[in-house]
Design a protein around this ligand. Structure first.
Ligand code: HEM
Ligand code: SF4
Length: 571
């Protein structure tokens, strides 16, 4: 059966700038849907118990949360066409509650699907070359990449062809379908890391060697969760020709030696930590030297074919700066200053559309907003969108001349909040509102902080500040790498929030340091307020929060947050 928005049919599946599935991909996804339909039918008929059904549903991205099932849809390296976005909106309306949640791993989650409808949802996804395969389970998960890929002014090379190669290599990879634990890979090709590569199981950074050849710095063993680690350099320069065979060797070593006795110690970060980087390197290099590399041989023509599908759209020749930016409109000027980033092509801009309205749920978009985003992409951006790990949406190819018109359209859809990278651009996991593993709420904490700092002018004055919140130690909300991190725990039946400072997701990655004992939900905005005030009092010209924290040291911030007269409940 086919279940899609009838308005979609005549449109091509891919924007001219996105890799399109071939017949092999399409057949594979359809077969999976048919297989899962049978499994769901057997579950509904009682022929499978929940325990028997569990591995089947997890292989297809279907989780069981607190109140309902949750379906996690993959958005490979964060790239979407307007057509796909419209279909996501259609699914939200037809089978869910009219919205979707964009996550920190460039996925989209539906929080309320009914089991009986899931096969139809997957069929509707397949209609636009999408699926939920490998978004759960102990396999290689959705490969993520810089959301400014192909357009960033600081780019060495577009990471998407590499990410697409990895998608093809890792999809349904039989040997790596039952790893000791899940495995996450991120790729960056720019000077600045926007893909958080150092907190992934493998982070790849595209670099050039002395001869100008591009290859990869391979970083291994990063991760968050209950034992956070910053990844370490396994190979400084890996030639492109060795990419798949080398990663195959890393995964083989992990598959063989990763701990299967304790799921909390099963990630590669623990193997690297317990074995030591030098020993892991020796094991990987030995495997790499001994293995039959023929099946993974590099095909330069194939790489060129994949790369060509990410070719730039037909840009116009334009002056570097549009007259349209000389504006009297203060609100638009603020949006242009905060949410617009430099593009590698003259006269164009990258626009970050914030999914963090003041007091809103970070990462949520209604179906109407998804359609507005798809329309904006068609009207102003060659039909292409990106999803960022910061839970925002990117329009990667906007003419500067069109920025004002785009801003007006976004405003009409409630999508013009000018807070990208500012204090209310908070990353938050679903926490106790949805997640069965949560120990505390995280969304309401994000909302309270956002409301406390609602004044956008004040936010701009405060400048770049990443707050990240998780509702339990699993750290899905990246709290360890927030300049201010907030971890919700439960102490004697009461929610308690631990605050950390100094976390950093970029190439200077660092795990945040604990400020002190936990505080109550109500106290969190006050503590944030006092930390921000201390920073504003102490900062030097041009210093972001994290820079001041680094210069002054953790102790000074800790002292500043100490409040008198509280018997241990406060910091
Ligand atoms: C049903 C809901 C969810 C469940 C059961 C769940 C489960 C987990 C668990 C158990 C871990 C720790 C893994 C480890 O350390 O080995 C984890 C980490 C993580 N999850 Fe989730 N998660 C959920 C939702 C989410 C959401 C909504 C996001 C994105 C907003 C997300 C993104 C991540 C990330 C980025 C990490 C940490 C990075 C790492 O793997 O080291 N998860 N999750
Ligand atoms: S951090 Fe904990 S509460 Fe939040 S989504 Fe992950 S498992 Fe759930």
């Amino acid at each position: 059966m086919t279940a899609h928005d009838p308005a979609l049919t005549p449109r091509p599946n891919a924007a001219p700038t996105i890799y399109a599935y071939d017949e092999y991909d399409r057949a594979f996804v359809r077969e999976r849907v048919a297989e899962f339909r049978g499994q769901v039918e057997r579950r509904l008929a009682g022929a499978l118990t929940e325990d028997e059904f569990r591995p089947f549903r997890l292989m297809n991205g279907l989780y069981l949360q607190l109140h309902a099932y949750m379906l996690r849809v993959a958005i490979p390296y964060g790239s979407l066409t307007s057509r796909q976005m419209r279909q996501l909106a259609y699914i939200a309306d037809r089978w869910d509650k009219g919205y979707g949640h964009f996550t920190t791993r460039q996925n989209l989650q539906y929080n309320w699907p009914k089991l009986v409808d899931v096969p139809d949802i997957l069929e509707a996804l397949a209609d636009v070359d999408m699926h939920a395969i490998q978004t759960s389970g102990n396999c290689i998960r959705n490969v993520t990449a810089d959301h400014f890929a192909g357009v960033a002014a600081d780019e060495i090379e577009d990471p998407r062809p590499t990410a697409e190669f990895l998608r093809q290599w890792s999809s349904a990879h039989a040997e790596f379908s039952f790893l000791p634990r899940k495995f996450k890979i991120a790729v960056s090709g720019a000077e600045h890391d926007r893909a958080a590569i150092k907190i992934h199981d493998i982070g790849l950074r595209i670099v050039r060697d002395a001869t100008g050849e591009t290859g990869y710095e391979v970083i291994v063993g990063g991760g968050l969760g209950r034992s956070p680690f910053v990844g370490k350099v396994l190979r400084e320069f890996l030639p492109r020709a060795d990419l798949l065979s080398f990663l195959e060797a890393v995964l083989r070593v992990y598959n063989r030696f990763g701990r299967r006795d304790n799921k909390y110690k099963a990630r590669i970060k623990i193997l690297v930590h317990e074995t030591g980087l030098d020993e892991i390197r020796a094991q990987v290099e030995a495997e790499f030297a001994a293995m039959d590399r023929a099946p993974f041989a590099y095909d330069a023509q194939e790489f060129a074919r994949v790369a060509a599908s990410f070719a730039p759209p037909p840009y116009e020749t334009l002056p570097a700066r549009s007259q349209a930016l000389e504006t009297e409109n203060a609100e638009f000027a603020a949006f242009a200053a905060v949410n617009v980033s430099p593009h590698k092509t003259s006269g164009y801009a990258i626009v970050t559309v914030s999914l963090k309205p003041i007091g809103g749920i970070p990462g949520d978009a209604t179906s109407a907003q998804m359609r507005a985003l798809a329309d904006a992409a068609d009207k102003y951006g060659f039909g292409e969108l990106r999803v960022s790990h910061e839970q925002n949406i990117i329009l990667p190819h906007v003419k500067q001349d069109d920025l004002l018109a785009l801003w007006r359209d976004l405003e009409a859809a409630g999508l013009s909040t000018a807070n990208a990278g500012l204090i209310s651009d908070i990353i938050s996991c679903p926490g106790l509102d949805y997640c069965s593993l949560a120990t505390a709420r995280s969304i309401p904490i994000a909302q309270a902080i956002s409301e406390r700092f609602a004044d956008l002018e004040r936010q701009r004055l405060i400048g770049k500040l990443g707050i990240k919140i998780s509702g339990c130690i699993n750290a899905c909300g990246h709290h360890h790498i927030g300049a201010i991190g907030i971890l919700g725990l439960e102490k004697k039946g009461v929610e308690s929030y631990q605050i950390t400072l100094g976390g950093d997701p970029t190439l200077t990655a660092a795990i945040g340091e604990l400020l002190g004992p936990g505080v109550s939900a109500e106290e969190v905005p006050d503590v944030i307020e006092s930390l921000v005030q201390f920073y504003l009092d102490e900062r030097r010209d041009g210093e972001a929060f994290i820079d001041t924290w680094r210069r002054l040291g953790h102790k000074r911030f800790k002292e500043s947050a100490r409040r008198e007269g509280e018997d241990g409940s406060g910091i």
